[in-house]
Design a protein around this ligand. Structure first.
Ligand SMILES: Nc1ncnc2c1ncn2[C@@H]1O[C@H](COP(=O)(O)OP(=O)(O)OP(=O)(O)O)[C@@H](O)[C@H]1O
Length: 653
């Protein structure tokens, strides 16, 4: 399954480019890296935030996920505007003023409070003006698209309307429901247009274009192509929010726009859809959800959506959340409506998200059944470019630790870049920690692999590929060289909360060992770092792929699990061990093979050849038929033993 299938999105572009998008001006730079400015801010506790507000005589109310206070930014708009419109995220300290839409970090807020300046913090003014200009340009683009699109009821003839509705599987949606939500149709691109309306004045701030889902058997992903204006993280629309009344206390959160329309039509309960599909709930949206005493999450029809819902409930405060569990009998809301299911009943049957410390099997039995009935999904996200890896590992699962090693200079970074890119293209939110090579170099490798061609010779195509690449849920830590592991873990924690990261790649572990550890108890230091990553993966239900250099060995020997530096702990803690071999099965220069030497999920291990293409920097481009050789698991000492702090995928919480 895919969040934003890029190959599919291409179908929308020609129409967009010709129809509405402005000619590109000077290239814009987006700050997607973490941390955004300089090193990450020191972790801030909620108690410290409360203490600070009290010390500065700022009254506040405790909300579900935010502290709520009068906004100092809304002063000029009269007392009513400022009343309780400042929302401070209880986890990060970031703020949003819903009266003025001013936003910033906790440090920005402190600077503002202490300097008592009217308006946004001084040092951020220039940045803010730039952001505003950009937002205005985006809004103009969006309005142009919006004006070209037509309400579905105004298409030329009924036949066209009927066909369009059938293509999107929304025949059960009434014209009035679509109109209420402002859904339009862009004939030139044969796609639906969903508006992002400003909460202040109802003007169009952005749009999302969604193509029809691929028909059964059609190549590509199972989800429709999407594109937003503004692109990526800047598109922060809770679709349907303008229809929610100030006094509403109950809401349903869905993963897709048409699901929100379907649910609201069937139940009359206010429904909104997340801006970037079912796998991401950006914290800046939390203030808009503070007013609700009950939030039901029905994000999709698969286990990934279910996992995401459980994590989002933590962000929203589980006490007020209920979860609809997808299953064989219960698809996503749009399909459930088409099947004639009683959606009110489904909402009433949603499970409370609050976690009890002790549960009985009775409470777990449904979930256990779900795992048994969806064994394919439990096995994780499949690689599109490495089918042999699917045969051995079965998929990429949350909460696991993968250790990857290979001889020096054999292509570890290049391979792991493609392995992670493949998953990221399927909606796995990915955070890269590249300590050895710069993010620019890494991104160049990834973009080349993404385009599967040498872009140096096709610079005229750069913008098109870069635009598509920009839409991937991909982030980079800005660390380079030696790093303190605590700082890295804090940044990862922040990224998991803010960007819903489910895969972190660390290249490589040696950069976290510190100069002072170069002698003496280096092994103990590595064990300690490994233990910390293992715990992080388990606690956050996030997969970590860790590149580790092998220890110096006889050049003639092949690598094995025991060749990993400080091997015993590394192989015990890992759920999977992957080795890039430059000898086994290979003949000739450039040939490599990938060995899975540990697989805690189901024990299948083996090796298959990789064929490297120098032009596209990919390992997946081999034309020759790949021969997979299954092997018996190495008898690494204690390799089957579960790690003390961690659980493998088969033991997920
Ligand atoms: N199979 C291959 N055949 C030939 N060249 C390759 C192959 N794989 C990668 N390369 C090239 O080798 C160089 C080194 O690759 P890479 O940085 O990925 O290796 P590495 O194993 O991560 O290195 P290190 O051990 O220094 O971390 C790159 O220029 C890459 O394009």
């Amino acid at each position: 399954m895919a969040l934003r299938p890029c190959h599919g999105a291409a179908r929308l572009w020609p129409a967009l480019r010709g129809a509405a998008l402005r000619a590109r001006g000077p290239r814009r730079h987006k700050q997607d890296a973490l941390p955004r400015r300089g090193p990450p801010a020191p972790a801030l506790s909620l108690a410290e935030m409360r203490r600070y507000l009290r010390a500065h005589d700022i009254p506040f109310q405790e909300g579900y996920s935010c502290l709520r206070a009068p906004s100092p930014f809304a002063g000029e708009r009269g007392p009513a505007a400022g009343a309780r419109s400042l929302f401070i995220d209880k986890t990060t300290g970031s703020f949003l003023c819903t009266a003025t839409l001013a936003e910033g970090s906790w440090q920005d807020l402190q600077a503002h409070v202490e300097l008592r300046q009217p308006g946004p913090p001084a040092d951020a003014e220039e940045l803010e003006r730039d952001a505003e200009r950009e937002a205005e340009r985006d809004a103009e683009d969006a309005r142009r698209i919006w004006e070209r699109a037509q309400p579905l009821g105004e298409l030329l003839d009924e036949e066209e309307t009927r066909e369009a509705k059938a293509a999107f599987g929304m025949s059960a949606l009434a014209a009035a429901s679509l109109q209420r939500f402002g859904v339009r149709y862009l004939r030139a691109a044969k796609c639906l247009v969903f508006p992002w309306l400003s909460p202040r004045d109802g003007s169009v701030r952005g749009v999302k274009l969604v193509g029809p889902p691929p028909r059964r058997g059609e190549a590509g992903a199972a989800l429709p192509a999407e594109q937003t204006v503004p692109r990526g993280a800047a598109y922060r629309n809770l679709f349907g929010l303008p229809l929610v009344g100030r006094r509403d206390t109950e809401l349903v959160l869905t993963g897709r726009e048409l699901d929100a329309v379907a649910l609201q039509q069937a139940t009359g309960v206010p429904c909104v859809a997340l801006p970037r599909g079912p796998h991401s709930l950006p914290p800046p949206l939390l203030p808009y959800l503070e007013q609700f005493r009950r939030i039901t999450l029905w994000l999709g029809d698969d286990l990934r959506a279910w996992e995401a819902a459980k994590l989002f409930a933590r962000k929203l405060n589980a006490k007020r959340c209920a979860l609809v569990r997808p299953g064989e009998q219960l698809p996503r809301p749009l399909e459930a409506l088409a099947m004639g299911l009683d959606l009110r009943r489904v909402l009433r049957g949603a499970l409370p998200a609050a976690h009890k410390s002790i549960v009985s099997f009775r409470q777990l039995r449904e979930e256990v059944f779900g795992e048994l009935a969806n064994a394919e999904q439990v096995a994780g996200v499949k690689w599109a470019r490495f089918p042999e890896l699917n045969k051995l590992l079965k998929g990429h699962r949350r909460g696991e630790l993968t250790i990857f090693t290979g001889p020096t200079g054999s292509g570890k970074t290049t391979f792991i870049s493609e392995y992670a890119l493949d998953l990221c293209m399927q909606g796995v939110c990915t955070l890269w920690g590249s300590f050895e090579i710069s993010n620019v170099r890494l991104a160049k490798v990834m973009l080349t692999q993404f385009a599967a061609q040498r872009l140096e010779e096709q610079l005229e195509q750069y913008d098109e590929w870069a635009d598509r690449f920009e839409d991937l849920p991909l982030f980079f830590m800005t660390f380079h060289g030696q790093q303190n592991v605590k700082t890295v873990l804090d940044t990862m924690q922040h990224a998991v909360y803010v960007h819903d990261i489910t895969h972190v790649v660390i290249d490589n572990l040696q950069f976290m060992m510190g100069h002072e550890q170069l002698s003496g108890d280096r092994l103990a230091a590595q064990d300690c770092v490994l233990g910390a990553f293992r715990k992080f993966a388990t606690d956050n239900n996030c997969h970590i792929t860790l590149v580790i250099h092998p220890r110096k060995e006889d050049d003639e020997k092949e690598l094995q699990t025991a060749s990993i530096f400080g091997s015993a702990k590394a192989s015990q803690e890992a759920d999977n061990v992957l080795i890039l071999q430059d000898r086994k099965l290979t003949t000739g220069p450039g040939k490599r093979s990938l060995q899975v030497s540990k697989n805690r999920f189901d024990g299948d291990v083996g090796i298959f050849p990789l064929e490297f293409s120098k032009a596209s920097l990919t390992f997946s481009s081999g034309k020759t038929k790949v021969k997979l050789k299954k092997m018996r698991e190495e008898k690494a000492p204690l390799s089957k033993k579960a790690p003390p702090g961690g659980a493998g995928a088969s033991k997920k919480p």
